[in-house]
Design a binder for this molecule. Sequence first.
Ligand SMILES: [Fe+2]
Length: 180
Amino acid sequence: MSSDAVLAEGDSCSPELPELPELPARALDKRELRGLVDDLAGRPEVWRKHVAFSADERHYASLYRDEYVDVWLLCWTPENDTGWHDHDVSSGAVHVVAGELEECNPRIGGEHVRVRVGEGTSFSFGPEHIHRLVGSATSSVSIHAYSPPLWRLGQYSISDDGVMRRVSVSYADELRPLDA
Ligand SMILES: [Fe+2]
Protein backbone atom coordinates (compact mmCIF):
# COMPACT_ATOMS: atom_id res chain seq x y z
CA MET A 1 0.00 0.00 0.00
CA SER A 2 1.31 3.44 -0.68
CA SER A 3 2.63 4.83 2.56
CA ASP A 4 0.80 8.10 2.15
CA ALA A 5 -2.48 6.22 2.17
CA VAL A 6 -1.90 4.49 5.49
CA LEU A 7 -3.01 6.18 8.68
CA ALA A 8 -0.51 6.05 11.50
CA GLU A 9 -1.16 3.63 14.32
CA GLY A 10 -3.43 5.24 16.87
CA ASP A 11 -5.12 7.58 14.42
CA SER A 12 -8.86 7.47 14.71
CA CYS A 13 -11.38 7.86 11.97
CA SER A 14 -10.74 10.02 8.97
CA PRO A 15 -12.49 13.37 9.29
CA GLU A 16 -13.54 12.88 5.67
CA LEU A 17 -16.02 10.20 6.71
CA PRO A 18 -18.22 11.82 9.35
CA GLU A 19 -21.24 10.15 7.79
CA LEU A 20 -20.01 6.59 8.21
CA PRO A 21 -23.01 4.50 9.29
CA GLU A 22 -23.34 3.71 12.98
CA LEU A 23 -21.00 0.81 13.65
CA PRO A 24 -21.07 -1.56 16.64
CA ALA A 25 -18.17 -1.23 19.10
CA ARG A 26 -16.90 -4.72 18.28
CA ALA A 27 -15.50 -6.67 15.37
CA LEU A 28 -17.92 -6.86 12.41
CA ASP A 29 -18.80 -10.17 10.78
CA LYS A 30 -18.63 -10.64 7.03
CA ARG A 31 -22.33 -9.92 6.54
CA GLU A 32 -21.96 -6.59 8.35
CA LEU A 33 -18.82 -5.76 6.38
CA ARG A 34 -20.65 -6.39 3.12
CA GLY A 35 -23.43 -4.07 4.28
CA LEU A 36 -20.82 -1.41 5.03
CA VAL A 37 -19.13 -1.54 1.61
CA ASP A 38 -22.52 -1.70 -0.13
CA ASP A 39 -23.57 1.42 1.75
CA LEU A 40 -20.37 3.31 0.91
CA ALA A 41 -20.62 2.31 -2.75
CA GLY A 42 -23.83 4.31 -2.96
CA ARG A 43 -22.14 7.46 -1.62
CA PRO A 44 -19.43 8.36 -4.16
CA GLU A 45 -19.00 11.79 -2.58
CA VAL A 46 -17.11 9.96 0.19
CA TRP A 47 -14.50 8.24 -2.00
CA ARG A 48 -14.56 9.71 -5.54
CA LYS A 49 -11.86 12.29 -4.83
CA HIS A 50 -9.38 9.49 -3.98
CA VAL A 51 -9.64 7.71 -7.34
CA ALA A 52 -6.31 7.59 -9.25
CA PHE A 53 -4.54 4.94 -11.31
CA SER A 54 -1.00 3.66 -11.68
CA ALA A 55 0.19 0.69 -13.71
CA ASP A 56 3.34 0.48 -11.55
CA GLU A 57 1.62 0.11 -8.22
CA ARG A 58 -1.96 -0.25 -7.07
CA HIS A 59 -3.36 3.04 -5.85
CA TYR A 60 -4.81 2.91 -2.31
CA ALA A 61 -6.55 5.36 -0.06
CA SER A 62 -7.42 4.70 3.55
CA LEU A 63 -10.99 5.87 4.04
CA TYR A 64 -11.37 4.89 7.69
CA ARG A 65 -9.60 2.97 10.45
CA ASP A 66 -10.46 2.40 14.09
CA GLU A 67 -9.86 -0.48 16.50
CA TYR A 68 -12.64 -2.59 14.94
CA VAL A 69 -12.67 -1.96 11.20
CA ASP A 70 -10.65 -0.45 8.37
CA VAL A 71 -11.97 0.70 5.00
CA TRP A 72 -9.95 1.22 1.83
CA LEU A 73 -10.49 2.48 -1.68
CA LEU A 74 -8.46 0.53 -4.26
CA CYS A 75 -7.92 1.51 -7.90
CA TRP A 76 -6.88 -1.13 -10.43
CA THR A 77 -5.40 -1.45 -13.87
CA PRO A 78 -5.06 -4.83 -15.62
CA GLU A 79 -1.39 -4.83 -14.56
CA ASN A 80 -2.34 -4.76 -10.86
CA ASP A 81 -2.25 -8.23 -9.26
CA THR A 82 -2.26 -8.89 -5.51
CA GLY A 83 -0.85 -12.39 -5.77
CA TRP A 84 -2.19 -15.12 -3.48
CA HIS A 85 -2.90 -13.93 0.05
CA ASP A 86 -5.03 -14.34 3.17
CA HIS A 87 -6.09 -11.71 5.70
CA ASP A 88 -4.78 -13.44 8.85
CA VAL A 89 -7.57 -13.12 11.47
CA SER A 90 -9.71 -10.59 9.56
CA SER A 91 -12.97 -11.03 7.69
CA GLY A 92 -13.49 -8.79 4.68
CA ALA A 93 -15.87 -7.50 2.03
CA VAL A 94 -15.33 -5.97 -1.41
CA HIS A 95 -17.72 -3.89 -3.52
CA VAL A 96 -16.70 -3.09 -7.12
CA VAL A 97 -17.90 0.45 -7.88
CA ALA A 98 -16.38 0.72 -11.38
CA GLY A 99 -14.98 -1.73 -13.92
CA GLU A 100 -14.41 -5.36 -13.03
CA LEU A 101 -12.13 -7.45 -10.83
CA GLU A 102 -11.25 -11.11 -11.16
CA GLU A 103 -11.08 -13.09 -7.94
CA CYS A 104 -9.17 -16.37 -7.96
CA ASN A 105 -9.07 -19.04 -5.25
CA PRO A 106 -6.26 -21.61 -5.29
CA ARG A 107 -7.24 -25.19 -6.00
CA ILE A 108 -4.54 -27.70 -5.13
CA GLY A 109 -4.08 -30.21 -7.95
CA GLY A 110 -6.60 -28.56 -10.26
CA GLU A 111 -7.59 -25.42 -12.09
CA HIS A 112 -7.81 -22.40 -9.82
CA VAL A 113 -11.32 -21.00 -9.26
CA ARG A 114 -11.83 -17.75 -11.21
CA VAL A 115 -14.81 -15.45 -10.65
CA ARG A 116 -15.43 -12.12 -12.34
CA VAL A 117 -16.85 -9.47 -10.03
CA GLY A 118 -18.51 -6.73 -12.03
CA GLU A 119 -19.50 -3.16 -11.29
CA GLY A 120 -22.25 -2.93 -8.71
CA THR A 121 -21.58 -6.33 -7.12
CA SER A 122 -19.94 -7.31 -3.85
CA PHE A 123 -18.73 -10.34 -1.93
CA SER A 124 -17.50 -11.10 1.57
CA PHE A 125 -15.26 -13.68 3.20
CA GLY A 126 -13.98 -14.94 6.51
CA PRO A 127 -10.41 -15.30 7.76
CA GLU A 128 -10.18 -18.78 6.22
CA HIS A 129 -10.34 -17.26 2.72
CA ILE A 130 -7.31 -17.32 0.39
CA HIS A 131 -7.58 -15.35 -2.84
CA ARG A 132 -5.91 -13.28 -5.50
CA LEU A 133 -7.42 -10.16 -7.04
CA VAL A 134 -6.62 -8.70 -10.45
CA GLY A 135 -8.09 -5.65 -12.14
CA SER A 136 -9.66 -7.26 -15.20
CA ALA A 137 -11.00 -4.00 -16.67
CA THR A 138 -9.17 -0.73 -17.20
CA SER A 139 -9.79 1.82 -14.45
CA SER A 140 -11.55 -0.46 -11.99
CA VAL A 141 -12.37 0.84 -8.50
CA SER A 142 -13.36 -1.12 -5.40
CA ILE A 143 -14.16 -0.46 -1.75
CA HIS A 144 -12.80 -2.93 0.84
CA ALA A 145 -13.59 -3.29 4.55
CA TYR A 146 -11.81 -5.57 7.04
CA SER A 147 -12.53 -6.49 10.65
CA PRO A 148 -10.55 -6.69 12.83
CA PRO A 149 -8.48 -4.11 10.91
CA LEU A 150 -5.70 -5.54 8.77
CA TRP A 151 -2.39 -5.77 10.56
CA ARG A 152 -0.63 -8.82 9.13
CA LEU A 153 -1.47 -10.73 5.95
CA GLY A 154 -0.32 -14.07 4.63
CA GLN A 155 1.22 -13.95 1.16
CA TYR A 156 1.65 -17.19 -0.79
CA SER A 157 3.77 -18.50 -3.58
CA ILE A 158 3.06 -21.68 -5.53
CA SER A 159 6.15 -23.25 -7.02
CA ASP A 160 6.25 -24.93 -10.43
CA ASP A 161 5.83 -28.32 -8.74
CA GLY A 162 2.73 -27.11 -6.88
CA VAL A 163 4.16 -26.53 -3.41
CA MET A 164 2.44 -23.61 -1.63
CA ARG A 165 4.35 -21.49 0.88
CA ARG A 166 3.16 -18.68 3.16
CA VAL A 167 5.03 -15.52 4.19
CA SER A 168 3.64 -13.13 6.83
CA VAL A 169 3.71 -9.50 5.62
CA SER A 170 2.60 -6.16 7.01
CA TYR A 171 -0.65 -4.60 5.82
CA ALA A 172 1.45 -1.54 4.93
CA ASP A 173 3.32 -3.53 2.24
CA GLU A 174 1.81 -3.54 -1.23
CA LEU A 175 0.72 -7.06 -2.11
CA ARG A 176 2.32 -8.42 -5.28
CA PRO A 177 2.77 -11.92 -6.63
CA LEU A 178 5.72 -13.58 -4.84
CA ASP A 179 6.47 -15.80 -7.81
CA ALA A 180 6.29 -13.11 -10.52
FE1 LIG B 1 -7.59 -9.73 -0.17
